[in-house]
Ligand binder design. Sequence first.
Ligand SMILES: Nc1ccn([C@@H]2O[C@H](COP(=O)(O)OP(=O)(O)OP(=O)(O)O)[C@@H](O)[C@H]2O)c(=O)n1
Ligand SMILES: C[C@](O)(CO)[C@H](O)COP(=O)(O)O
Length: 231
Amino acid sequence: MTWAVVPAAGRGTRFGAPLPKQYLALAGRLVIEHSLRAVLDHPGVDGAVVALAPGDDDWPGWREVGGKPVLTCTGGAERADSVLAALHALPASLDEQQWVLVHDAARPCLHRDDLARLLELGQADPVGALLAAPVRDTLKRADDQGHSQATEPRESLWRALTPQLFRRGGLTRALEAARRAGAAVTDEAMAMERLGLKPRLVEGREDNLKITTPADLALAEFILSRSSERT
Ligand SMILES: Nc1ccn([C@@H]2O[C@H](COP(=O)(O)OP(=O)(O)OP(=O)(O)O)[C@@H](O)[C@H]2O)c(=O)n1
Ligand SMILES: C[C@](O)(CO)[C@H](O)COP(=O)(O)O
């Protein structure tokens, strides 16, 4: 069994909309609906726990999506806190060896082929895996005045995406260890790396973008309107 954990307790500050970006309209649904369906439509994913901000649980879709159960819990101050809360809210029937797929509510354009490859390669890895995109642009380091002061080597650099796939017990322990150490972790792979574990990078599509600013929403509208292969 594989369950999804969907962190959806953010406020979308950088987006600047009157409501959190995961609840904005996109291609006939809400952003969060696309993100949930993108993971729940895979036959190997059995359900999801969504971490919500207090007061956000009035979306009618919380009971099931695509015929699969969707549970909710209250997220935390940081994304890692929300993921940890959702891990603790998974059904007790899932033992610690079960795989958990962590996918941002703000990533609605996940392609089914990327998810299938992540599950196949990740479940064959002793640690787990994450979708990622190799950096293909030259990287500049800015000075305090916003001028380019150096060019950073980009060989072996990747942009982490989601979903990220780890076993329930290992990920829970890694996130709890990071919390005890007061270490800020921006993604699940970072929590594992802190412990010396090396999850597999699975190359994902560049269009699996995270909705962060209004320009991202416009691009996502274009992406989702063009492909009938997506949920
Ligand atoms: N305390 C938090 C912060 C973020 N998230 C979720 O983590 C994902 C990625 O986070 P991000 O893009 O940073 O979302 P926000 O925190 O809402 O954005 P901002 O930083 O602009 O406020 C989103 O689905 C967001 O809802 C969460 O569950 N709990
Ligand atoms: C988890 C993530 O989407 C991987 O790139 C990213 O770290 C989220 O960062 P944010 O600042 O919380 O949006």
